[in-house]
Design a protein around this ligand. Sequence first.
Ligand SMILES: Nc1nc2c(ncn2[C@@H]2O[C@@H]3COP(=O)(O)O[C@H]4[C@@H](O)[C@H](n5cnc6c(=O)[nH]c(N)nc65)O[C@@H]4COP(=O)(O)O[C@H]3[C@H]2O)c(=O)[nH]1
Length: 947
Amino acid sequence: MQRVINKLGATLSASLTLILGLCATALVFVATSRLEDDAVNLDFERRAALRAITVQRGLEEAVQVLTVINHFFATVENTSREHFHTFTEPLLAKYPYIRAFGFQRFISDAERAAFEAERRKDLPDFTVSAYVDGKIAPAPLRPRYLVVDYVEPMKGNSAALGLDQLGNPLVTEALNLAIETGRPASTTAIRLAQAAPHERGLLVLLPVYRHGAPLTDARLRREAVIGDTSAVFQATELVQKILEGANLLNTRDMGLTVYVGASTDPVNLIFRHEGPHASMGEKYGGQFPLSLLFRQPGDMATSFDIAGQTWHMVISSPPRALFSDHYGSLLILAAGLLSSMLAAAYLRSLSMRSRRVQRVVEEKTAELRHTNRLLSEDILARKEAEKALQLRHQAIEASANAIMIMSASEPEHTIEYVNPAFQRITGYSASEIIGGNIRILEGRDSDPAGLEAVWQAMREKREHNVILRNYHKDGSELWSDFYIAPVRGEGDQVTHFVAALYDITSMKRYEAELEFQASRDTLTGLINRHMLRNNLDQAISSATRQQHSMWVVFVDLDRFKFVNDTLGHKAGDVLLKTIAGRLRAAVRQADTVARLGGDEFIMILPEQEETLLDTRSLQRIMDAVAAPVTIEGHTLFMTCSLGISCYPADGLDGETLVKHADIAMYRAKQTGRNNFQFYTPAMNEQALERLRIEGDLRNALDNNEFLLHYQPKVDLQSGRVVGMEALIRWQHPQLGMVSPARFVGLAEETGLILPIGAWVLRTACAQCRVWQLAGYSDLSVSVNLSVRQFLQKDLVSSVADALQDTGLAATSLELELTESLMMTDVEHAIGILRELKTLGVNLSIDDFGTGYSSLAYLKRFPIDVLKIDKSFVRDITSDADDAAITASIISLARHLKLKVIAEGVETDEQLDYLRHYGCDEIQGYLFSPPVPPERFEEILRQERLAV
Ligand SMILES: Nc1nc2c(ncn2[C@@H]2O[C@@H]3COP(=O)(O)O[C@H]4[C@@H](O)[C@H](n5cnc6c(=O)[nH]c(N)nc65)O[C@@H]4COP(=O)(O)O[C@H]3[C@H]2O)c(=O)[nH]1
């Protein structure tokens, strides 16, 4: 298709070139031929004009000859025939085209005969004659005659003698004109009598006037005219002679026709000089088609007046010598045609050649293009490969991860390349590491198994991924996610290994931090419950391995809730942090201190070779907790209760050990707090029971299972019952009578102590009032207040309500508060106590001496009674310390003007001792245990009876 198009294009191009060439040639040719035409025409015009002017001048000159003859007549009067002959002879010789000179004379008819007669003297045949029917004959009669009188040369013209010219209108017309103008006048071409019939001549007349006659105007001239001189011109010869004389007839390059007259009427034709161009075809010599290419040559026609007669000349253009006239243009045409054709041919051949070349070029181009395409593709592929390589190289260089390339052939897998990140991550520069191997990153804690796995993978030429603990050049830990992969070269041979080392140190640190956080108690920084389990397991494992025993110590702060509720959680947190720090400081480094939550802590104290487990360590713990703590201006005196379980005796797993330590701690709580208790299996039973009764406790109040026992208080001076302490009892459906020691703590933990306490208060008040109304008006009742109750916001109002509702006087009510409760936050306690005192109730400190009561604070408490704890009373007779403490308390109370009462008096010795030291009241089994109301009433009655 392309070829066809090309071929067509070539042909078109050649044709176009030819056409263009021809057009250009034609244009040049036409322009040139026009120039040539113009030149030829100009030449023709010039030559035609030459001929015309030659003829005109020749005729005018000929007429001038007549003028000369006329002048002769005018000047020579009575000119004779001889004169005439003599005068005209040289002129005729000179102007051979003048056929004859003549003199015509006017004669009247009257004069005719005489005249004829006269002339016949010389010329016997002379007659006034005229053409009649084409023949010369005596002129018909007429008034006047213009008779040819003289004629020269006679030879050949003698026939004209005597001819009357007036019979010839042409002559008369010319004569009139000559007279009119005063100038020579010519006839048109006329047949000459003296010439052959076909010959035409001209008769030019110039009037002859009488001598001396005025000739100033036409009339005068008419009057004066006597005849005329004439010249007979043989028109054809005249023109011929004129032209020959000017050498203008020796060429036939142009035709020439001369007419006497204004038109080219053939009648007027007097001369014809044939040119070569009778017709267009002749004109161009059979080159008619070519003649179309040239501008048609025009004939030149010109008219002029000669002796009043219009002459007309037509000069035909000479035949066009196409090849001579248009040599240039034809040459241009030929050259143009030739060159166009040659150009076209050349173009065509060129185009053919060009087509061939083009075809070849196309083929070559296609091949080249194909090759180029392949080359381009190859280059592109190479470039892309290079680009990809460069990109990869740049990516590797820019990689945030350390990348190294190691030899696969070297046994130690020499490092051949490391990227910039390698130095940044490991601290080793390329120059330091290249040539070495990855062992440089290993350290004392590197995972041998992990490293060996990497080397094994390289030996087996496979990829491997492992988390390694490497080391930075500066010795710092460098955790890396290490990935290694073989690089295969030709023949699938492993030539290198590429290793990427993702620095996960910060991630590991973060993990460790998270782990730490996850293992730590956020408040205290101690390990938490979760981590405790691990530590316990490890400690158990260790103890098992070493066959050592181990203690698990459950530490519970006493009265922490009081702090938390009174000072707020913030203060509680500060307290916990302080205690945590103290606990940590109180034990060895190897020991574990964990916080379970709230105010509960677990300590793991493993036995060590050099330091065997000792209860002194427990005391150190308690002492650490007991040191005063000042928070927000409040000085707190905290105590704690410890429960200890021992591995392996009390349990073989962490959970059991903690549980048993908890039970023991609970036991410590039960036994008055601020002490430690070792776990015993019996405690376990109690704990189980505790769990059981906890559920029942919730319904006990609704089921009216509680009741109050009253223990009398006896005034030592009077020996009378002055009051009683209300002590709660739980009549459990299954367990029977349950001691408060078994459920009060639980009630306090569960919050049930509040409704229970309220019930106790109201019941006790009511009972006291009943008994007062029954006649024991001085009777007072004391009620224990738990921590929760003490911290209850509406404590004062609820107490007031109870008093009001029962009708008991406030002074008949004594509220017993524990020493440790008040000492936990003295200021707060003082505030509550003062409020209670506004009601008028009595306040006593229960269990006095068991806590860390500060005497300085004690005097600030608005209390009324100190109650010596039965633990002192119990041993006052056997323990000097207890006796001294008891005596001191009594003394202190007296000093502070407080009533002092001793509880748990069981023996007379105790009673004596107390009495001796001035104790005010006693309470104890010696007089009466706590008893139901009925029994108490009996005691009251018996006493009254005794009195
Ligand atoms: N060994 C011995 N013990 C004697 C003797 N005299 C009295 N007791 C016991 O000593 C305890 C005195 O009560 P507490 O110190 O207030 O100690 C009370 C008190 O703290 C608490 N409690 C009892 N009733 C209530 C109550 O209604 N409310 C509150 N918050 N606590 C109560 O339970 C604790 C124990 O109460 P109880 O078992 O009734 O035990 C009573 C009583 O039975 C004696 O001579 N020898």
